[in-house]
Write a protein that binds this ligand. Structure first.
Ligand SMILES: NC(=O)c1ccc[n+]([C@@H]2O[C@H](COP(=O)([O-])OP(=O)(O)OC[C@H]3O[C@@H](n4cnc5c(N)ncnc54)[C@H](OP(=O)(O)O)[C@@H]3O)[C@@H](O)[C@H]2O)c1
Length: 331
């Protein structure tokens, strides 16, 4: 008889996440109740926000409890449905967590077309990361044609979509990424105008060359010294979409030196969470689906194999070991 397997949070990390913070458990396959659906997960999305949910520090969302299944976005196939909108065989995305089988209310699942677009893409450019890119870029930064958009973690799930969308909307796109391979990919494959390898240690100088007139829109994903350096090149009345601060998720906050640039340049900076306004998801997904289907938005995936590989893959993601959207193939 087929069994379920799940990974639960065993302990909270002190600084960097360790494999011992997780525990793999065998368990029974859950039963779908009224209006619920049983799903066999094929893909698990690994995302930087998971580091925050492993901690009990105050944040915008509740932490995962010790012993509870790790939170996570999933894509899979309906096995059995007690909900009128779903039948066995439907492909769905949801948030069923780090497990092979999960049950959700029908209202918490989204049916997707995995015929023309691979199922995994619904967790990347057509999932939470893609919508994050769309909301932060178009609603918050709102670049005008010809303006310069800079995005950090540019080869990643969110950043790769930000730069490509910026180009589609007529802006210049400059990426910041770690290492020559990621930078080559960002320019040669994704079509950004430039990419700066921050690990080469010449961020400030290369920024002056890539954005000589300054930055109109900054889509910030990493924080710390990189963000602090980028502040020095922001234009008057420029905009910052503060999306993430991944460089600080495991350690002490970075003491910013250049925050004065926000005042003297009258910069508008807004932090946002992609779930703040759910009414923005349908227009975002409509535009993104068109671009992914036509090949205008390209994406790359880092795939770990099997549920047991998820902890190591999350640890690697938090250290920049991923190249594109980090996924776990479950079946
Ligand atoms: N606000 C929201 O609603 C929302 C939603 C989704 C994601 N986010 C945030 O968006 C950011 C990107 O998420 P993602 O899912 O697209 O991840 P991702 O970019 O696919 O992967 C994370 C990347 O961050 C970079 N990174 C890690 N540690 C770093 C460090 N110390 N300094 C500089 N760069 C570092 C690495 O790229 P390099 O090798 O290029 O350094 C790594 O590949 C994260 O901060 C995440 O928390 C926010």
């Amino acid at each position: 008889m087929e069994m379920n397997q799940k990974i639960v949070l065993a302990s909270r990390p002190a600084a960097w996440v360790e494999e011992s913070n997780f525990r793999l458990e065998d368990c029974g396959i859950p039963q779908a109740g009224n209006n619920q659906v049983l799903v066999r997960n094929h893909w698990l999305s690994l995302d930087p926000y998971m580091r925050g949910r492993m901690s009990d520090a105050k944040s915008y969302a509740k932490p995962v409890a010790i012993g509870e299944v790790m939170i996570g976005g999933t894509a899979g196939e309906v096995v059995q449905s007690n909900h009128p909108d779903f039948v066995a065989g439907d492909k769905v995305v949801g948030a069923l967590g780090w497990q092979l089988f999960g049950v959700a209310d029908g209202g918490a699942l989204r049916k997707v077309d995995a015929g023309t677009i691979p199922l995994s893409a619904w967790l990347g450019p057509l999932g939470m990361p893609g919508v994050t890119a769309w909301v932060g870029l178009l609603d918050i930064c709102a670049p005008q044609p010809g303006e310069t958009v800079v995005v950090t973690a540019a080869s990643g799930a969110v950043g790769s979509v930000v730069g490509q969308l910026a180009k589609i909307h007529g802006a210049r796109a400059v990426g910041i990424a770690g290492g020559p391979d990621k930078c080559r990919y960002v320019v040669d494959e994704l079509g950004f105008d430039a990419c700066i390898d921050y690990k080469a240690g010449k961020l400030h100088g290369e920024l002056m060359a890539a954005a000589p007139e300054g930055i109109d829109c900054l889509f910030e994903n990493v924080g710390g010294e990189i963000f602090d350096t980028l502040l020095t090149q922001m234009k008057p009345f420029s905009r910052i979409a503060l999306c993430g601060l991944i460089s600080q998720y495991n350690g002490a906050p970075y003491p910013m030196q250049n925050i004065r640039a926000v005042l003297i340049n009258r910069i508008r900076m807004q932090g946002f969470i992609v779930f703040d306004d759910l009414s923005r998801w349908p227009p975002a997904l409509e535009e993104l689906t068109g671009h992914v289907a036509s090949g205008r938005i390209k994406y790359r995936e880092s795939v770990a194999d099997g549920l047991a590989a998820a902890p190591a893959a999350l640890i690697s993601l938090l250290k920049g070991g991923n190249f594109g959207k980090q996924l776990v193939r479950l079946a």
